[in-house]
Design a protein. Structure first.
Length: 357
């Protein structure tokens, strides 16, 4: 009808003016878009909140680890006191586990280590394919840098100063007890930001001669106090060797055979390592300590097979993970480094021990 406000606008099947329908569709689209954005942001915030620590940081004299206890803190970084109470002269952290007063407030990690106000968290996210990351954290366990990785997180170390970081990923396989594995080990200088994605290109001297082989694998890097010298394991032709390296010169040389996952003592005089004492993939290793001045080695009192890079709680005590009771998870044990004493359960349902000094 002439003069009608709807004239010339047309109507829809329901008799609504076309302009009204267009406005309604636009409003509905905007509402749906807003809902989608809000949902996405909320989901991201929930994920970040789940991963982010609250008031939980690195405190001196505290033992940090990855909690494997069922519940809200499973898979997250936790901490407890270095000893269950006041220590008397000569008393060591390995003496007794004491009550478990763990506090869980750190990020979710597959492997963890911390020193010098810096922490390294290796994460793995489900997906096709799964995603993995090396996350560099500050003294309050806040993220500073995230590096995308491939493979399965396996070893993590931070130098005493907090400057140098290293990590090892399984590229294929998931156990050092078999020959069907390949590793990729990286080194990060947090001061310069320089990243060595794969250290297999470092010139290697084996038996006094420059060595080349496509099957060379490195893992278990640990740094000396000067942030330049490092120790690691190299494997080739079915054998493993202890390697001493120089980062500035970018060279490495083998020191002795049958050494895996070396860990340097705080005073830089000894290396804890696992030594293959049995053939095959069942319980092949035993934990040893090597004196770097005399190059003499001795086993520690732990007679069970240790498939871990032991950590030094102090100059006298080693901590390491062993399979938990019933084959579930793992527990952290300690043992004197001098070969005496007896192993002691330190933290049940835990792994990746790191004493912050």
């Amino acid at each position: 009808m002439a003069g009608s406000p709807e004239a010339g606008q047309g109507t829809g099947a329901a008799g609504l003016p076309m302009r009204v329908r267009i406005i309604a569709v636009a409003v509905a689209t905007a509402v749906l878009a807003t809902v989608a954005v809000v949902y996405t942001v909320t989901a991201v915030q929930r994920t970040e909140a789940a991963d982010a620590p609250s008031a939980f940081g690195l405190d001196h004299g505290r033992l940090y680890f990855r909690s494997m206890r069922e519940g809200a803190g499973a898979g997250r970084v936790a901490r407890l006191a270095a000893a269950p109470g006041p220590e008397t002269a000569g008393m060591r952290a390995a003496a007794a586990p004491g009550p478990d007063r763990r506090a869980t407030g750190g990020p979710a990690c597959e492997r963890f280590y911390a020193a010098g106000g810096t922490a390294l968290c290796l994460q793995r996210r489900p997906g096709i394919p799964p995603a993995a990351y090396a996350v560099v954290l500050d003294g309050r366990l806040r993220e500073k840098r995230r590096i995308a990785l491939t493979g399965i997180p396996n070893r993590a170390r931070v130098s005493a100063s907090g400057r140098m970081l290293s990590w090892t990923m399984f590229a294929t396989g998931d156990s050092y007890a078999t020959s069907s594995f390949s590793t990729r080990t990286s080194i990060l200088d947090t001061r310069t930001g320089y990243l060595v994605k794969n250290m297999e290109d470092i010139p290697l001297t084996l038996g006094g001669r420059r060595y080349h082989s496509p099957d060379v694998n490195y893992w278990g890097v640990g740094f000396a106090r000067d942030d330049n010298r490092f120790y690691a394991t190299v494997s080739t032709k079915g054998r493993t060797y202890l390697v001493e390296g120089d980062l500035r010169a970018w060279t490495a040389r083998t020191l002795r055979e049958n050494v895996e996952c070396p860990s340097l003592s705080p005073d830089n005089t000894r290396l804890a390592f696992k030594k293959r004492v049995r053939d095959g993939a069942r319980d092949p290793w035993r934990l040893y300590v090597l004196d770097l001045r005399t190059m003499r080695e001795h086993p520690v009192a732990e007679e069970r097979s240790v498939d871990d890079q032991a950590a030094w709680l102090d100059d006298h005590t080693l901590a390491y993970a062993l399979p938990g009771s019933g084959g579930k998870g793992s527990d952290i044990w300690t043992v004197p480094a001098d070969g005496g004493g007896t192993p002691a359960l330190r933290v049940a349902e835990a792994s990746s021990p790191a004493m912050v000094r």
